[in-house]
Design a protein around this ligand. Structure first.
Ligand code: PLP
Length: 450
């Protein structure tokens, strides 16, 4: 048998570049041939490249881990699924099957949850922009409304007037939890007295009943103690609401923000070392919560975990379409997935795995996406062996905020597949085609080519 030709490879050896985790892995190749038991080659043959792949088993494992971490430490815990993290219907359905409420931030997300069969009382309606018609529908159907600002208070009061009855609400507050810059876009600031002003205003209006407090302090928050501070401040304020203004606080919603194993650019420690475990968040939060609550009082603790629930269960398979040598000596690959579908590439350095065994030494390489745009780079400094056209790469974790923020820029969006716990790839979104782009366009008759 004639051996396949392997191109000679001259690699400039650089000294240095060591850090405390070791030197550059010129020999190390990470190979992944399957996701959740489904063979990558089979998935690509069946559904095409690029391809988003989600492992249902990994989602369920993660959901169970999150649930057990919290419910073994506090008796009244409820999860919400943050739709914007990934609102593919099948993903939401898996989350709801795990018992999660829907957490939505727009009329569109609200409609999506309702269309999936989620009853309104299991939908949390958040966000700084709620159209009056969306609010009206959500209120009439009995959704959990979390107020962001005073204009929303006025809108809700008008709706209460319209309905001739009081509306139950929660208010969103923001506070200093030691995470800077502090998010101040959302809700009423606690330390500056704005939350108190809002409560006074709501009480004076007499049309809304506050029954919950909500705060979401950030995303990819690496400090569990920040949540301990958050819940302590929320509960203290909750008791003031009860004692000074006569409201009864049924739930504390602490938002999302736990990190995934995604590797943030510019962060020295790798996530395996730097990211705290889910148990450490649960421990910090539940300990602070139990410490702040009066004995025997267990209001509901709601979590709206997004990223930490889905990110690690999502993969993107992409194929090499061409390669070239750059003037600085690095090898460049053009693959068929770019920043159009991997928005988080701008601040995360995704893991790159080979989907096939590949001979040869690793060399400094750049992985470009397919867009005719210079900033379409998936990895500007990786080590890869010489890859042939058609070779496949697997990027991960990409389950959070990529599909929902993907765009039809230059390329169609690819298909998405859910791998069942039995290892079967099931199509959950078809690859787009021209009809998806043109469907809403109107070409005036006078401009038609004749
Ligand atoms: C109100 C609210 N809840 C939950 C989330 C989910 O956050 P994460 O994905 O960081 O867990 C977000 C996202 O920013 C949010 O705005």
């Amino acid at each position: 048998m004639k051996k396949p030709y392997e191109a000679p490879n001259l690699v400039r050896l650089k000294t240095g570049g060591m850090n405390k985790f070791g030197g550059k892995p010129f020999y190390l190749k990470r190979v992944r041939k399957e996701i959740g038991g489904a063979k990558i080659d089979d998935l690509i043959e069946q559904f095409g490249s690029p391809l988003f792949v989600y492992s249902e088993a990994e989602i369920i494992e993660r959901a169970n881990k999150l649930k057990s971490s919290f419910s073994t430490r506090y008796p009244n815990v409820q999860f919400g699924w943050s739709y914007k993290t990934n609102y593919l219907s099948a993903i939401c359905a898996v989350m709801h099957a795990q018992g999660a409420l829907a957490e939505v931030v727009s009329g569109f997300e609200y409609q999506k949850a309702r269309a999936l069969g989620v009853p309104a009382h299991k939908i949390i309606f958040n966000g700084p922009f709620k159209r009056i018609e969306d609010l009206r529908l959500a209120v009439n159907e009995g959704a959990m409304i979390q107020i962001d600002h005073l204009d929303e208070v006025y809108d809700l009061e008008a709706l209460a007037e319209e309905r001739g009855q009081q509306i139950s609400v929660a208010i969103r507050i923001s506070m200093d939890c030691g995470i800077y810059p502090q998010w101040s876009k959302f809700g009423f600031d606690l330390e500056k007295g704005m939350a108190e002003e809002a409560v006074k205003r709501i009480q004076a209006g007499g049309k809304l009943t506050i029954r919950g407090l909500h705060a979401h302090i950030g995303t990819y928050v690496m400090e569990p103690q920040a949540y301990a501070t958050q819940i302590t401040k929320m509960v203290a304020f909750g008791y003031r609401l009860e004692q000074e203004w006569g409201f009864e606080i049924e739930y504390y919603d602490i938002g999302g923000g736990f990190p995934s194993s995604g590797r943030l650019k510019g962060v020295y420690l790798p996530p395996e070392v730097g990211v705290p475990t889910l148990d450490s968040y649960a421990e910090a939060i539940c300990e602070a919560l139990l410490g702040a609550l009066q004995p025997g009082h267990f209001p509901k603790l709601i979590l709206e975990t997004g990223r930490a629930m889905i990110d690690d269960a999502g993969y993107l398979i992409t194929s090499v379409t061409s390669s070239k040598r750059l003037p600085d000596g690095r090898r460049a690959y053009i693959v068929d997935a770019g920043v159009n579908i991997l928005y988080t590439t701008y601040w995360f350095r995704h893991n790159l795995e080979l989907a096939q065994e590949t001979e040869g030494l690793n060399e400094p390489s750049v992985v470009y996406g397919p867009l005719c745009m210079n900033l379409d780079v998936l990895d500007e400094a990786c080590l890869l062996p010489r890859l042939e056209r058609g070779a496949k790469l697997v990027l991960s974790p990409v389950g959070a905020y990529n599909h929902t923020q993907s765009m039809q820029f230059i390329e169609y969006r690819p298909a998405s597949v859910l791998v069942t716990p039995q290892g079967q790839g099931e199509l959950i979104r078809e690859r787009e085609d021209l009809s998806d782009i043109q469907r809403r366009e109107v070409l005036p008759d006078r401009l038609k080519l004749r």
